[in-house]
Ligand binder design. Structure first.
Ligand code: ZN
Length: 287
């Protein structure tokens, strides 16, 4: 297992962590100041400054990407299928322009929440089938751009509105069905917030292996959690045994960034430099 205690060269910052403190250019500048070598930007943050400027700024600062957030929200009613397909193809084009090593997929829940305006449905099995078909289609497009897709299983609390792929097993089942040859185009993004509770998680990490383990996200689970979306904890402030999970992915050969992704009203209200300093300190002592 890699020793993170001496430096933070394997720290990547998911830029949503400081999205309220500045735009993407300001975040890149702050990362450069703190010697953070990688980021995972969000599409809305990129679109505000423009893909070209974002790519330039990161390159000039010597900052790499650990992923691109996010593709997906595949579930919709029939009227919106083409819109969903085209939106995800644009995500692939942007990821390619930015040099992202993968697109993180948040696959969507029930259609009316994933793509507002869609006809309401309670058919979660149907939603899951639709997701698999849409990933299969997106994969073909992503292959030509050589941008791998990383399915992020989300905690079951998000099954209705964000993702009804809720376990690592479920995500890997999709990978095995759509990419049985393990060609490198499809894998998983594992976020400790979503997977820490899962009794199968260690055996599923083994099953995934290095070629399917495309991203590793860290934060912490606070008790009590006051907001299921925006009350993520700083590493060390909650109950997740982050180091054991990191050890398990590294045992399979994962050697990428440990990406900090914290959506938190608490941390969004702190100055950017304070948040980054705390991230670095916790990366070295807790992750
Ligand atoms: Zn994540």
């Amino acid at each position: 297992m890699r020793d993170f205690s001496a430096d933070h060269r394997w720290l990547s910052l998911n830029t949503a962590t400081v999205r309220k403190q500045g735009d993407l250019l300001a975040i890149i500048e702050a990362c450069a100041r703190h010697n953070i070598r990688a980021i995972d930007p969000w599409r809305d943050q990129v679109s505000i400054v423009g893909v070209g400027r974002a790519a330039h700024a990161a390159r000039d600062a010597g900052i790499a990407l650990s992923g691109y957030c996010r593709g997906g929200m595949f579930t919709s009613d029939a009227a919106r299928r083409v819109e969903v397909r085209d939106d995800n193809r644009r995500a692939v084009d942007e990821a390619h322009a930015l040099g992202a090593p993968c697109i993180v997929l948040v696959v969507g829940g029930l259609p009316q929440y994933s793509r507002p305006g869609s006809a309401p449905s309670k058919n979660i099995a149907g939603a899951r089938a639709q997701i698999e078909d849409a990933i299969a289609e997106m994969m073909e497009y992503a292959k030509t751009a050589r941008v791998p897709l990383a399915i992020e299983p989300l905690h079951p609390a998000y099954a209705a509105d964000r993702a009804c792929v809720n376990t690592t097993r479920q995500a890997l089942d999709i990978c095995d069905r759509l990419d049985p040859g393990r060609t490198g185009v499809l894998g998983v993004a594992l976020d400790v917030y979503h997977i820490w509770w899962d009794p199968d998680v260690l055996s599923q990490m083994k099953r995934a292996g290095k070629d399917r383990l495309m991203a590793f996200h860290v934060c912490d689970w606070l008790v009590p959690t006051t907001d299921i979306l925006n009350d993520r904890g700083m590493m060390g402030d909650g109950v997740i045994d982050i180091r054991s999970l990191r050890r398990a992915v590294e045992q399979e050969g994962f050697d990428g960034y440990s990406e900090i992704e914290i959506f938190s009203n608490r941390w969004w209200s702190r100055p950017m430099d304070e948040v980054l300093k705390t991230c670095i300190e916790r990366h070295r002592t807790v992750v």
